[in-house]
Write a protein that binds this ligand. Structure first.
Ligand code: HEM
Length: 295
């Protein structure tokens, strides 16, 4: 990978920035995992801890695959890379992550479905858990991206994104199963989680390693900027859907929040979202000042 010939002072400063980025990406990942665990714990209140942990594994596996594929299918563009080696490195690294995510999702979903009642939610989640590995084989058969079958591989990968979205819809129905509105709100809530945890996966496993190897990675930075611009809407969706769900379990009074275990757990989730919002705002301000500095 080409060296950018950075001066000593700059290298030290860049190293600090990248360490901060890496720490921040790990914190974001931790907060999302914590917020989702609290959510599943709430949604399965009173159920055996093991089944709660299993449904948490299902929503993480399904969510990471949806969010990771969204970045690969919608945000990633190999033609924008100045350095084809870097583009190829990112594509190969994603293929390995995709393999782990597809099979973790299929296994977690199969285990979760063994506990689920039959119905449309189970059918949709089950269909996603069966179709996804089949489409994964199609992608593997498509050979290395960039080969003649790149277009076909892109179509199969878009189909994989669709099948995992259908599965996430099935999960949301399994967790609500009351009305279309409750389902849509839950789908919005876990969909926000999916997009953000997929982005956290790309940051921790692809973006930061590439930036640390000091290659020209403007194309990746542009993708990260595009991803970051989704986050204000994701935060709003988390808050609005979370508030709606909260009204279904407790009333929106301080006494209810402080006076019950459910209320306190939702309070923790609100705190998680507040910290994440602070990090996003800090990043958006920093990105804006960097852009101003360049112009
Ligand atoms: C980054 C922050 C958040 C994450 C990652 C997150 C994630 C989740 C997940 C994955 C579920 C489980 C869905 C299920 O098993 O069906 C859930 C449920 C829930 N979330 Fe969140 N959430 C977040 C923020 C919030 C906020 C801010 C609120 C309140 C304003 C909230 C209120 C709820 C409620 C009430 C439930 C359970 C609903 C039920 O009992 O079925 N969440 N959340």
């Amino acid at each position: 990978m080409a060296d950018r010939g950075i001066q000593l002072g700059e290298t030290a400063a860049l190293g600090d920035v990248l360490s901060l980025d890496r720490i921040q990406s790990r914190i974001v990942l931790g907060l999302l995992l914590g917020g989702s665990f609290a959510g599943v714990w709430l949604a399965h209140w009173g159920s055996p801890p093991l089944s709660r942990v299993l449904w948490w594994a299902v929503v993480i596996a399904n969510g990471t695959l949806v969010g990771g594929l969204y970045w690969r299918v919608v945000l990633f563009d190999a033609s924008r890379f100045d350095d084809t080696n870097t583009a190829r490195w990112v594509q190969n690294r994603w293929r390995r992550l995709e393999t782990v995510s597809v099979w973790s999702f299929a296994l977690c979903a199969a285990a979760g479905l063994s506990l689920a009642p039959s119905g449309i939610g189970t059918a949709a989640l089950g269909a996603g858990a069966v179709v996804s590995p089949v489409l994964w084989v199609g992608i593997r058969r498509g050979g290395v991206d960039g080969a003649g079958s790149a277009r076909r591989t892109a179509y199969v990968r878009a189909a994989l994104l669709t099948s995992t979205l259908v599965a996430l819809g099935g999960f949301a129905w399994l967790e609500t199963g009351t009305s279309i509105v409750d389902w849509a709100v839950r789908f919005g809530h876990v969909g926000s989680f999916a997009l953000w945890i997929g982005g956290a996966l790309w940051h921790n496993s692809l973006i930061i390693p590439v930036l640390r190897s000091s290659v020209a990675a403007d194309a990746l930075k542009q993708q990260a900027d595009r991803f970051r611009r989704h986050l204000p809407a994701v935060i709003l969706l988390f808050f609005v859907t979370g508030t709606y769900q909260t009204m279904g379990v407790i009333d929106l009074s301080l006494a209810a929040f402080l006076g019950s275990a459910v209320g306190r757990l939702i309070g923790v989730k609100l705190l998680v979202l507040l910290v994440l919002t602070g990090l996003v705002l800090a990043n958006l301000v920093q990105a804006a000042s960097t852009r101003r500095g360049r112009s």
